[in-house]
Structure formats: C-alpha cells, structure tokens
Design a protein around this ligand. Structure first.
Ligand code: SAM
Length: 381
C-alpha cells in the first residue's frame, strides 16, 4: 500500500468537521468470512441494529457514532464506513470523487492513509495506480502526514464495473487482533471465528464449556472474556477513537449486548496433550486477564469435568496439522464415552470427516476460512 511522503509544509489548521456528520445517516459494512454473515446479523440485533446480508459481510445504516461497534462486536473481521460512491472510469474521475468526501472528519491532523483497492469488471484495474491516486487525493484534502510514524487510517476502494465505493476502516487493525494472542500455536483459529462459533452454538456463560484440543486457547479465552463482560478487544485501540468527527466518543460506559454476565462459578476448560500448547494458552490467558482451567491431558484419557456442557473445538484433521486426523476418532470416542451427556460443535472441512467423528454429526453451516471451505458440525447428546 503506497504511503505518500511526509510533508514539510507547516502544520495546516484543521477546520472542525461538520457536527451533522456524527449524527447523520451512514452506511456501514461489517466484513466476515462468507458463510458467517447470519451470525453477524444476530450479533448486531443484540445492539438494536438491523443488518442486511451481502456476500462476505453485513450492511447496516445508522449514525456515524455506530462506528464504536468496531470495539463492541465479537464476530466481524472489519467494520467499514462508506464515505463516497460514484462512477470512476479514469484515475482523474476517481481522484475527483475522492476529493469530494469529508476526509477531515476521519483523519486526525497529521495522520497517514493506507489505501487498499479491489477491482472487479472495472475499466480501472491497476490496483497500485488506484491506491496511489486515492492516497494522494485523500492527503491533499485532509493534509499531509507530519511524521513517518503518524497514526494510520486504512481506506478501502472497491470498484465494481466502474462504480467506486470508498470506505474508512473503523477498526484500523483487523478486529481479530484483540491484543492478547502473542503465542498463536499451531493451526490457531481466528478469535473472531471462535466467537462466531460460540454465538452459533448459542452458548451462555452459565453452561460449562470445554475445548479438549485447545492449542493456544483461543476458544476458552474468547468465551471467558465474553463471560466476564469484557469487550472483545479490551485494551487495544481502534481507528474511530481518533476520528475528529467523533471527538469525545469513547468505549467506556455500560456495554450493550453480549453474553449475560457470568456467574462467579462460570466454568470454562481448555486441555491439550501438548505441554507447549498449554504454556501458550496460559500466557495468552494472562494477557487477556481471564482464567479458564487448563490441563495438559490426552483427550483419550480425559474424564468429564461435569455431567453436561458444550464441547467446542477445532480438531486437527491432517492437512494442516500432520497426520493427527486420528484426533477425530479420539474426539468421537470421547463424545460417545465420558462426554456422552455433552453437546458438541466442531470444525472439519467435509461431511466425511464429520461422520468419522460421529455418525450423528449434522452440518450447521459452512464458511470460508484461509482459502478452505470449513463446516461447523454439531452432535447432540
Ligand atoms: C488445530 S489445533 C487447535 C488450535 C486452537 N483452536 C487454537 O486456536 O490455538 C489442534 C490441537 O489438538 C491437539 N491434539 C491433537 N491430538 C490430541 C489428543 N489426542 N489429545 C489432546 N490434544 C490433542 C494438538 O496438540 C493441537 O494443539
């Protein structure tokens, strides 16, 4: 992504962005792996927002201050706000469209934009040229970055058959980067997907939860943070917090939506046979400020920690983690043995592998992740 050079011009006085912008209607797009859109719709509904499914995301309308949802939603990978849309058949048309938007509302003085373009069936198709043109047009309208390490505002340009849509990213960094997972382990699941599975399973904090193949602990940690009433990225920062148009908007205050507050005895277990995985999970949990109960144990030897609950896991199934697909057989034996009173939701790429786990397995949904189609399968006790 091109970065326009820092300007040596003296600091320009920024006019305050129009207040109407903060209260006026905006179009938002919450991006999510294709197949998980309905989960985002359900989560938005908890915040009183009605979303419409589009491929790979959910669109909704509302005042700009809804950008704070970037810090409240557990399941989307990005949250974008549309700032301009119109036809662009040449770079000059695209630059003119870009200059029309209220960039000063989104760029704190001296910030730097990073532009990412995508094109489909459009006359303009050289992504680098598009990104450079838009980056310069934005910085012309909003003022040049003052320092090399200026705050970065991601901007997206989407061209579909000459119709250009420009958006600003309310998160800045991708939303799955919560800030606590510094030790990813092997074949980790994204934090946003772990949370989507919890929503899909309809898990509430008063149900015992177990991930017996927990790796770096993503599923237990996401669950524990939700149960504790924390925000998904508590501790990290978001681009919208620096937007001049939203001056004064903070994430502090009562939290709408999310899971019910956990009872003090909320029980969340994570286990794995690999001591390195458990050490990583413990470190990640300490950074996330939660305390699931960890144990290093082979699933084949696991005793049920409670008569019933939810098993939620992404087992290794070969392609990604060596020949460990045997773990699928062990998972199935556990679901028919010590965990027979538990319901389960697990991820595998196809129905053949799901049936290898358990003949009762039923596909809840499939979604795209890391270039693969993955299925979420459930087994009821
Ligand atoms: C795909 S990884 C899980 C990744 C995890 N969800 C995360 O986000 O880091 C699968 C894990 O299963 C563990 N595993 C494989 N066979 C096992 C068994 N029989 N008992 C316990 N753990 C096992 C591996 O050590 C590995 O950490």
């Amino acid at each position: 992504m091109p970065r326009p050079p820092a300007s040596s011009r003296p600091r320009e006085r920024q006019k305050a962005p129009p207040k109407a912008l903060a209260d006026g209607p905006c179009s938002f797009y919450a991006a999510v792996p294709p197949g998980l859109e309905p989960v985002v719709v359900r989560e938005l509904a908890l915040h009183g927002v009605e979303g419409q499914v589009e491929p790979g995301g959910v669109r909704f309308q509302g005042p700009l201050r809804l950008a704070r949802l970037a810090g409240e939603l557990w399941t989307p990978s990005r949250l974008q706000v549309e700032v301009a849309t119109g036809h662009a058949r040449s770079l000059e048309e695209l630059a003119a469209l870009t200059r029309k938007a209220e960039w000063r509302a989104f760029l704190p003085p001296g910030a730097r934009v990073e532009v990412e373009a995508s094109c489909s069936g459009s006359r303009l198709h050289f992504r680098e040229a598009i990104e450079r043109k838009v980056a310069f047009a934005v910085q012309d309208a909003a003022g040049r970055p003052r320092e090399r390490d200026a705050r970065v505002q991601p901007v997206r340009v989407r061209l579909v058959e000459d119709l250009a849509t420009l958006s600003v990213d309310a998160g800045g960094e991708l939303l799955h980067r919560r800030g606590w997972r510094l030790q990813p382990g092997r074949a980790p699941i994204r934090e946003t997907i772990a949370s989507a599975l919890l929503f899909m399973a309809g898990w509430q904090a008063d149900e015992v939860l177990l991930d017996p193949l927990c790796g770096s602990g993503t599923i237990p940690i996401e669950a524990a943070r939700r149960a504790a009433g924390m925000r998904p990225g508590e501790g990290r920062s978001y681009a919208f917090e620096g937007w001049p148009a939203l001056r004064g908007l903070s994430l502090a205050g009562p939290k709408p939506g999310g899971a019910r507050p956990a009872p003090a005895t909320a029980t969340i277990y994570g286990s794995d046979r690999d001591p390195g995985a458990i050490a990583a999970a413990q470190d990640n949990a300490a950074r996330a400020r939660v305390k699931p109960r960890w144990s290093r144990i082979d699933l084949a030897e696991l005793e049920a920690p409670a008569p019933s609950g939810l098993v939620l896991t992404n087992p290794p199934w070969g392609e990604r983690v060596g020949d460990e697909a045997r773990a699928l057989d062990v998972l199935g034996q556990a679901l028919r043995g010590p965990l027979s009173g538990w319901r389960a939701l697990f991820l595998v790429p196809d129905a053949g592998l799901a049936l290898r786990v358990d003949r009762r397995a039923r596909c809840l949904t499939t979604f795209q992740s890391g270039g693969l189609r993955i299925g979420a399968f459930v087994v009821e006790p």
